[in-house]
Design a protein around this ligand. Structure first.
Ligand code: SF4
Ligand code: SF4
Length: 209
C-alpha cells in the first residue's frame, strides 16, 4: 500500500502548479477556494479530521499552494462522509464535500490508485446503480461492489482463494440483510428517472466505472 498522508508536513508553495490546480478545483467543484481565510471553523466540526490528518482548511491550503500530489493522495478525500458540517460552518460557504468529490473524480481520471479502494468501489457501485434506477438497488449494488473488489484483489495477486473468502463474507451479509428485509429483489425505479438521467448526462464521467 502506498504511503498515507496522515501527519501534516510543511507546505511548499509551488507557483507553477498552484494556479492550474486552483482553477481546476474551482471550476469543477464550484467552490471558491480563494475565499478561504483559514479561520478553521470547518476543522472544528469535521467528524473525520482527527483520523485523516488533513482537515478541510488544510486541504484548501494544499490546493492553494499547488501541492497536487498531496491533494490527490490524502485520507480526507476518501474518508469524507459528506456531512456538509464544514460548509455549514464556513463563513465563506465553501463546501469541502464537493471539493472532495471533485478530487476523487480527478484521481480516477489520472489513474491514481485510491488510498481506500473499498471506498472507491462503493462510490462507483453507488453511482452506477443510481444511474439505472434513480435509487440504489441493493442487489445490483452489492453485485457491482463485489465485482470491483474481486477484480482488484485478483489484479494485486490476491488469488481466487482470497476472492472466494471475500465472496463468502458478502454472501453472509446478503443473507442476513434478506432476513432483516433489508435486501429488495424488485427492481423499482423512481418516478422521474429521466431527471436523474439528465443529471448524469451533465456529468457523464461520474457514472463511469
Ligand atoms: S471555515 Fe471556510 S474560511 Fe474557514 S478555514 Fe474552513 S474553508 Fe476556510
Ligand atoms: S463534509 Fe467531509 S470534510 Fe466536511 S465536515 Fe463532513 S466529513 Fe469533514
Amino acid at each position: 500500500m502506498k504511503e498515507l498522508c496522515v501527519s501534516p508536513s510543511v507546505l511548499q508553495f509551488q507557483p507553477e502548479l498552484s494556479q492550474p490546480l486552483i482553477q481546476e478545483v474551482t471550476d469543477r467543484s464550484g467552490q471558491n477556494v480563494l475565499a478561504c481565510y483559514q479561520c478553521r471553523r470547518c476543522a472544528a466540526g469535521c467528524p473525520v479530521g482527527n483520523e485523516t490528518g488533513v482537515t478541510p482548511d488544510r486541504l484548501i491550503r494544499m490546493i492553494i499552494f499547488g501541492e497536487r500530489e498531496e491533494v490527490l493522495n490524502n485520507l480526507l478525500v476518501w474518508k469524507c462522509v459528506a456531512c456538509y458540517t464544514c460548509g455549514t460552518r464556513c463563513p465563506n460557504n465553501i463546501q469541502t464535500a464537493r471539493i472532495n468529490e471533485t478530487l476523487k473524480q480527478i484521481s480516477k481520471e489520472v489513474h491514481i490508485e485510491p488510498l481506500l479502494p473499498k471506498v472507491a468501489a462503493f462510490h462507483d457501485a453507488f453511482l452506477k446503480s443510481t444511474s439505472h434506477f434513480g435509487r440504489v438497488n441493493e442487489l445490483e449494488f452489492m453485485g457491482l461492489y463485489e465485482m470491483r473488489n474481486a477484480k482488484r484483489a485478483l489484479k494485486h495477486g490476491g488469488g481466487w482463494k482470497a476472492v472466494a473468502a471475500q465472496m463468502r463474507g458478502y454472501a453472509k451479509l446478503g443473507i442476513s440483510m434478506i432476513k432483516k428485509k433489508r435486501m429488495h429483489f424488485r427492481l423499482s425505479r423512481i418516478k422521474r428517472l429521466s431527471e436523474i438521467k439528465r443529471l448524469y448526462k451533465k456529468a457523464p464521467d461520474e457514472a463511469g466505472g
